[in-house]
Structures are given as structure tokens and as C-alpha cells.
Design a binder for this molecule. Structure first.
Ligand SMILES: Cc1ncc(COP(=O)(O)O)c(C=O)c1O
Length: 347
């Protein structure tokens, strides 16, 4: 615990968190006149006039069973973007501390750091989109508090070498945040089972991808209870609304449905990769463990323009490191994927 405590910004340790009306009274009562809610009910009808559970107790209970962790190892955020921001705010002193990222990677780590006036050290992935261990050894990590590792990586789609991640966990004197937003689509399993062994490990997952619930904004951070407590201490009191908590529980109760959809997406991914490979102007497809493909084209700009004119939107990643000529294509339904191939064949 002392090791983790020394990573936290000292003033955070002394803050007394906001105590909500729902913290002050936890039982059930006949009349609630404690939270300045509207006892007459919502103007829309429905059951939304009371503040939601600030601790998401029921959702964490169900999630803990599904994931095999204890509820005090779970933080629920308004999308994974919330724990990304909170981790930086809790652990990095502005203008002093830094985070480490491995580009090309998910953009919000850097944006959140910059918003918080926290420095960013970039250790580029190799051209095969793997962690550059030589560069890692040469880098000075003075003042670095967090390293963000995205695996499967966005935008490349591949898994990063898990043995290298373990080595980083063992050697880095700070938090190692492994973003597993796309892990359900991968051949490897989550690093969740390593949480007990590595107190400095934080794992991010989300309901936005495999669960198909991007609109309800549910992101999760799994970590040592001490880290989770710090995040809970600084989060806005009611960060997860009632509808999202309920939808999350409902989803977890039908996990098998999620698994079936993941299977379909993975099969479509493999099929789409095969069809794209057959096109003469496709130069490379990065082997994917996610729900998208990073595809390198001879002339990505004109292909992107052509697709847009035909009402098909993909993500131009050609300006990202090692991604010259690349478009990132999310796996759609069979009909959508067929349409994409049909339009590309018109070229
Ligand atoms: C790697 C990665 N992490 C996190 C997120 C954001 O997830 P959420 O919708 O939970 O904020 C994304 C979204 O695309 C992502 O690609």
C-alpha cells in the first residue's frame, strides 16, 4: 500500500470527499426529503426523480461475479474516458509529472494529460506495432507516474506482447494502465487475473465495444482497492446515471448474447480481411484482434473521398505514426461489409 500511496498526489490524500445525501442515509425510508429532489416525479413520467446510487453497488456486484474480481477492485466511469482522466488527475502533478504513451495509440491518453497540464513521453511502437523494448530501456522515466498501454491497440488492432507488458509491470515504478477496450475480440484473455500479483496494474474495459452499448457510457477500471478508492474519492458523486446502471446489469445477465455477437464480428472480420486482401490497391492489412481493421492502401486519400461520396464513412488514420496510407475500418454487419466491398470494387 505504501508503494501505491507514494504515487498519489499528496493533496489528494488529504481531501475529504463530498458526502452526498445518499451517503449520509443508506437504508430505506418512507419519506425522502434529504436531497432536494422533486418528490412530484419526473415531468416525463417514469422512475427518474431520485438521484442514482453513487457507488453503483448492484452493478458492481453483478460485474464482480462475471469478471471474478471483488467489488472493491472495480471503478465504474462515464465511459473509459472518465477513469483515464481521473487517473491522471489523481496521480500526476501538473507541470511536474508525466505519462508515457506508445504511439500510434488511442488519442485520449495524450489529450487528457495535456488538459491537465501533465507532460507526455512518447515511445513509438515498432513498425510491426509492438512495444520497442530497446527504446524502453533507453528512456528515463523520471517524474513518470503512469504508462498507458493499449492492447489490442487502437488504431493498429493487434495485441501487444503480453510478456513485455508483464516486464513493464515488474520494472516501472508507477501505474501501468492496460486499456483492454477490445479484449473480447482477441485471442488472448484479459490481464485481470494478474491484478492480485501486480498492485500497480490498472485495467480499462468498456461496455462500448463488445457489449454494443456505446451510448450509455459505461467504462470500467479494475485495480488494487487502494487505487479504486482514490478514484472513487475524486469522481463526481453521481457519475453514472440510473438508466446506465440498469442497462449495464441487464447486459451482464445475458453475457452469452454478447459472446455470440463477438463470434459473429470476429468471423466477419476474418471474411472482410480476406475480401480486402484480394483488391489490387490494398497493400497491407494489419492482423487484427479487435473489431476493426487497419488497412493500408496505395492511395488512401482518394479511396476515403470515394467512399464518402458513396455514403460510407471510415476513419482516416494516415497521419498517425507508421500508418501512412491507412484507413481504419470498423467491422459492420454482413450487409454493410458487402456494400463496402461492392463500392471498393467499383474503383
Ligand atoms: C482503446 C480505447 N479505449 C477507450 C475508448 C473509449 O471507450 P469509452 O466509450 O468507454 O469511453 C476507446 C474508444 O474508441 C478506445 O478505442
Amino acid at each position: 500500500m505504501d508503494r501505491l500511496k507514494k504515487f498519489v498526489r499528496p493533496h489528494i490524500l488529504t481531501i475529504k470527499p463530498y458526502s452526498s445525501a445518499r451517503d449520509d442515509f443508506k437504508g430505506s425510508a418512507e419519506v425522502y426529503l434529504d436531497a432536494n429532489e422533486n418528490s412530484y416525479g419526473p415531468v416525463t413520467g417514469g422512475d427518474f426523480n431520485r438521484y442514482p446510487d453513487p457507488h453503483q453497488t448492484k452493478l458492481k456486484g453483478v460485474l464482480s461475479k462475471v469478471k471474478g474480481v471483488s467489488p472493491d477492485q472495480i471503478f465504474i466511469g462515464n465511459g473509459s474516458d472518465e477513469p483515464i482522466d481521473l487517473l491522471i488527475r489523481a496521480f500526476c502533478e501538473p507541470e511536474r509529472n508525466k505519462i508515457v504513451i506508445l504511439p500510434p495509440t488511442y488519442g485520449m491518453y495524450k489529450v487528457s494529460a495535456l488538459i491537465n497540464n501533465v507532460g507526455v513521453i512518447e515511445i513509438p511502437l515498432t513498425i510491426e506495432f509492438q512495444i520497442d523494448t530497446d527504446q524502453l530501456k533507453k528512456t528515463s522515466f523520471d517524474y513518470c507516474k503512469i504508462i498507458f498501454i493499449c492492447s489490442p491497440n487502437n488504431p493498429s488492432g493487434n495485441l501487444l506482447n503480453s510478456q513485455t507488458i508483464i516486464e513493464i509491470l515488474e520494472e516501472f515504478d508507477g501505474l501501468v494502465v492496460v486499456d483492454e477496450a477490445y479484449i473480447d475480440f482477441a485471442q488472448e484473455t484479459s490481464l485481470i487475473e494478474k491484478l492480485e500479483q501486480y498492485p500497480n496494474l490498472v485495467i480499462l474495459q468498456t461496455f462500448s465495444k463488445a457489449w454494443g452499448l456505446a451510448a450509455i457510457r459505461l467504462g470500467i477500471a479494475y485495480g488494487n482497492p487502494y487505487i479504486i478508492e482514490i478514484l472513487n474519492k475524486i469522481k463526481p458523486p453521481y457519475n453514472i446515471n440510473k438508466a446506465s446502471q440498469e442497462m449495464g446489469i441487464q447486459a451482464l445477465e445475458i453475457e452469452s448474447t454478447k459472446n455470440e455477437v463477438v463470434e459473429k464480428i470476429v468471423a466477419e472480420r476474418n471474411l472482410l480481411a480476406k475480401k480486402l486482401k484480394a483488391l489490387s490497391f490494398v497493400r497491407e492489412i494489419v492482423p487484427s484482434n479487435a473489431n476493426f481493421l487497419l488497412v493500408r492502401f496505395d492511395n488512401s486519400e482518394s479511396i476515403n473521398d470515394f467512399l464518402r461520396k458513396r455514403n460510407i464513412i471510415v476513419r482516416d488514420r494516415s497521419r498517425e505514426l507508421h500508418c501512412e496510407g491507412c484507413l481504419r475500418i470498423t467491422i459492420g454487419t454482413p450487409v454493410e461489409n458487402d456494400r463496402l466491398i461492392q463500392v471498393l470494387n467499383e474503383l
